[in-house]
Unconditional design. Structure first.
Length: 518
């Protein structure tokens, strides 16, 4: 295990800067316009940046050069900013996963956070195809696909040996499978494009076929993947993604795969539950022995991880001692904080109550002169008070924080592997084997576990363990609770479990068909 940590620490120190600065220009090819190829408008600039000046015989012929180019593929995970604005997963992917669930909300506060009603649409499961959050998520995911396809093309045309190509392409295909997993999860029936040189318009591929593509890609590459590598697509990442896929197989393709989920979980090796839950979210969380897959960030050289500023009140710099701006947006839905046991250490991730000035010890006052006291209740979703809503402080906050943060964004943790296996065991009438796995996770939180547990118990535990980690929407769908009426959500039909294909994508590609119900 120590060797794994050394690799992770070294990778974080040596490669974060390189990831951000890579603007490799490697292919002199006609630009493949994604707006035509996939209906993913706004992605063309990314192609032009990456595949522009140099021909394959000028760059990408050695393993060292290929490694540099592959680094650019990983950098796509952080997203990008173009003339249409930011396309960052910590914002838009997160919004779709969490605001649509029963965990988080973005109330309108005066004139702030209305943004043409996009957050109200997501909250109420009444999302329009014109919704900008949906569009930015679509563009982010397909820009990643395009980048990976282009780099795979370059590797195929390099002078590397077949064995070296297979090893490099395994990581790239893994990243592409991850992007398609998310596209399938969000949008259902999406265009499948794997050939960089194919410029034909693509129609929707059925969700079940995307499922089979992701599964076959992961199974085909897993033996070629590295055992370790911080922030890289390793064997453990592949098996964890397979477990996620199988856990939700009934949602994605109409038939369950519980035993396959159990088997995939059993193949994840070399990780532990960190004794301190919050180690996983430290500013230097590369030391975590629990985090399986992260997106690395460094406040000095990367952009896209400003999530903490989206939840904290405008006056929060006085509370924490930093100078970064905060924009007072995201908060927990009413009732979430109260669900936590008072002794659950994970509840410390939620910020409630009176806020004190770090220097003076006095209560911080809002601009209207009232004290800044976070409340669990939100009086009016469409016109909330500035202090309403519990805030999330799961990721470590320090006095030196800037708008961009250095906490690496957690995608997969070992706790997820334990609870996925526990759920699959419960769903196959093996509760006695599931209970110890859940007990491990709860013991870390300072809680005991009943000798017998059921799916309802586990459903609640998933909220406590993974709150705001982009799990809740799909958990609710899998448990049949997503469409049930809730706070500021009148109820929705099954069609709303996936989001609409963006209107701009449909306009750009007449072969695409809108999802049912939109």
């Amino acid at each position: 295990m120590q060797n794994i940590i050394n690799i992770k620490s070294g990778y974080a120190k040596e490669n974060r800067t390189r990831w951000n600065r890579l603007r490799v220009q490697i292919l002199s090819l006609p630009v493949v316009t994604l707006a035509l190829l996939l209906g993913a408008s706004g992605c063309t600039d990314l192609d032009e940046t990456i595949y522009d000046k140099l021909t394959p015989d000028q760059y990408g012929q050695t393993e060292a050069e290929i490694e540099t180019i592959v680094g650019r593929a990983y950098a796509t995970l952080r997203g990008y900013r173009n003339e249409e604005g930011p396309h960052f997963p910590t914002e838009f992917v997160w919004f779709l996963n969490e605001v649509a669930s029963d965990e988080a909300t973005i109330p309108t506060r005066g004139t702030d956070w209305y943004d043409k009603g996009v957050y109200q649409e997501i909250q109420r499961h009444k999302v329009k195809p014109s919704n900008d959050v949906v569009l930015k998520t679509w563009e982010y995911l397909y820009s990643g696909v395009a980048a990976v396809n282009g780099i795979i093309f370059m590797v195929d045309n390099s002078q590397l040996s077949d064995a070296a190509k297979a090893k490099v392409k395994a990581e790239l295909r893994g990243l592409r499978a991850f992007y398609y997993y998310r596209l399938m999860d969000f949008f259902g029936n999406v265009p499948l494009q794997t050939d960089y040189t194919d410029t034909s318009l693509k129609t929707n591929t059925p969700r079940a076929d995307i499922y089979r593509f992701v599964e076959s890609e992961l199974l085909d590459i897993v033996d070629y993947l590295p055992e370790t590598g911080y922030g890289k697509f390793t064997k453990n990442v592949a098996y964890t993604l397979l477990a996620r896929l199988y856990l939700n197989a009934e949602v994605y393709k109409g038939e369950p795969e519980w035993q396959k989920c159990i088997d995939a979980c059993d193949k994840v090796k070399g990780y532990i539950l960190e004794p301190d839950y919050f180690t996983n979210f430290l500013k230097n969380n590369e030391i975590s022995k629990e985090n399986i897959f992260v997106i690395p960030y460094d406040e000095k050289v990367t952009i896209g991880n400003y999530h903490q500023s989206l939840t904290l009140h405008y006056k929060s710099p006085l509370v924490f001692g930093f100078t970064a701006a905060c924009v007072n947006g995201i908060c927990a839905e009413p009732g979430v904080y109260s669900k936590f046991d008072s002794t659950d250490v994970r509840r410390r991730a939620l910020l409630i109550g009176e806020q004190k000035d770090r220097k003076t010890g006095q209560t911080v006052l809002m601009d209207n002169g009232n004290p800044l006291i976070y409340t669990e209740e939100i009086s009016n979703f469409e016109n909330a008070q500035q202090n309403e809503g519990v805030r999330m402080v799961k990721y470590e906050i320090t006095p030196t924080d800037q708008w961009e943060r250095s906490n690496d964004w957690v995608i997969m943790r070992y706790a997820e592997v334990l609870l996925m296996k526990a759920e699959a065991l419960l769903r196959t009438n093996q509760g006695a084997l599931a209970q110890p796995l859940v007990a491990q996770v709860r013991a870390r939180a300072g809680l005991t576990t009943p000798p017998t547990i059921d799916l309802d118990f586990l459903y609640n535990e998933l909220l406590y363990e993974f709150m705001w980690e982009e799990h809740r929407r799909i958990d609710q769908i899998r448990f049949g609770k997503y469409g049930l009426p809730g706070w500021e959500m009148p109820g929705s039909d099954k069609n709303m479990e996936i989001f609409p294909i963006p209107a701009k994508a449909l306009q750009a590609n007449p072969k695409l068909k809108q999802n049912p119900g939109y």
